[in-house]
Design a protein around this ligand. Structure first.
Ligand code: NAD
Ligand code: TYD
Length: 337
């Protein structure tokens, strides 16, 4: 089987490529990535000489790049995206271009070569926000109600993927998953930022009032879920993936990280809130559990321990990532908060 993995140099994509090559050594994996600020080939150093793996630098919005890479491909696993909400608030246009147009360019090329499966990796953020303190959860039947330019662009991509199935019969599946964390996470997201800031002796910015709730999913659990959908998922279907059964607020999660790292709460700095900030996400993962037999296997505390250990042991990786243009972004994002 030949897989085209888009965005394989990013956080979840690189975890997927490493996992797939380790568990499906007979398959060929082509990693197609534009290497934006979020793409890092250091994540894939351990497989760069593996004859089953190759890297193609290309942009999903470029039909020539995409058509060339799509030749002979059986399965597309589409991770490539602009993925950070705060960056989408600063500059929405890149999000529309990559997430909406890029997905359509890929779908068109996949249709032309007649792939066996086009799997689209999406987010629970397309469903909008749940009420704080409620027991409501997002599921496959929740209506779309995105609030940020990021989630709106991902919603657009989901609709296009379904449209290619319904109109042209393209064999697609979609997963909408919650907030991932784990190794190789770019340090702009809450957990990776918190852990690396603590390791640097810096303050941890928490958006006021810190009671927002996310459903945290350890990245390897997510990768296993995608594996099951690729192997057993039904064409045209959507599966929601989440990691939690109980609400944990951002402030509680950050305090847990501080405790696991042997620190008190004095490094927490409550900063100005994000505009349009979704209050609560929670996922009902019954469908993937009952139909495909998947459930999360890593608890939040266990996942945080593994993640903290990884960042502690891979200081060079994130110190390198945090220098240069990331430092400019950080100043712009947090200076007036
Ligand atoms: P990431 O930002 O870490 O990586 C994105 C990758 O896509 C990078 O390697 C980047 O170089 C590549 N890319 C960006 N634009 C491209 C383009 N035009 N052409 C080719 N490659 C391009 O993202 P991530 O956190 O790994 O997320 C992967 C996918 O999962 C995304 O589609 C995201 O929406 C979705 N998702 C992420 C989370 C999460 O918590 N991180 C949660 C739900 C869904
Ligand atoms: P983030 O990791 O950006 O993921 P998303 O916005 O896609 O859910 O943010 C997770 C939560 O943490 C969200 O409620 C915003 C909050 N947050 C902070 O409090 N401080 C920060 O510096 C960041 C980046 C996020």
């Amino acid at each position: 089987m030949k897989l085209l993995v888009t965005g394989g140099a990013g956080f979840i994509g690189s975890n997927f490529v490493l996992y797939w090559l380790a568990h499906h050594s007979e398959d060929v994996v082509v990693n197609f990535d534009a290497l934006t600020y979020a793409g890092n080939l250091e994540n894939l150093k351990s497989v760069e000489k593996n004859p089953q793996y190759s890297f193609v630098k290309g942009d999903i919005t470029n039909p020539q790049d995409v058509e060339k890479a799509m030749q002979g491909v059986n399965i597309v696993v589409h991770f490539a995206a602009e993925s950070h909400v705060d960056r989408s608030i600063m500059d929405p246009s890149t999000f529309v271009r990559t997430n909406v147009l890029g997905t359509q360019v890929l779908l068109e090329a996949a249709k032309k070569v007649g792939v066996k499966k086009f799997h689209h990796v999406s987010t629970d953020e397309v469903f909008g926000s749940l009420e704080l303190g409620s027991t409501e959860k997002f599921s496959e039947t929740t209506p779309y109600n995105p609030h940020s330019p990021y989630s709106a662009s991902k919603a657009g991509s989901d609709h296009l993927v379904r449209a290619y199935h319904d109109t042209y019969g393209l064999p697609i599946t979609i997963t909408n998953c919650s907030n991932n964390y784990g190794p190789y996470h770019f340090p702009e997201k809450l957990f990776s930022l918190t852990i690396t800031n603590i390791l640097e002796g810096k303050k941890v910015p928490v958006y006021t009032p810190g009671n927002h709730v996310r459903d945290w999913l350890y990245v390897e659990d997510h990768v296993r879920a995608i594996e099951m959908v690729l192997q057993k998922g039904k064409d045209g279907e959507t599966y929601c993936i989440g990691g939690m059964t109980q609400d944990v607020s951002n402030l509680e999660a950050v305090k847990m990280i501080l405790r696991l790292m042997g620190k008190d709460d004095s490094s927490i700095e409550l900063v100005k809130d994000r505009p349009g900030h979704d209050v609560r996400y929670a996922i009902d993962w019954t469908k993937i559990n009952t139909e495909l037999g998947w459930s999360p296997s890593v608890s939040l505390e266990e996942g945080l321990q593994k993640t903290i250990a990884w960042y502690t042991e891979h200081r060079d990786w994130w110190m390198d990532v945090k220098s240069g243009t990331y430092a400019e972004y950080y100043t712009k994002q947090y200076q007036e908060r």
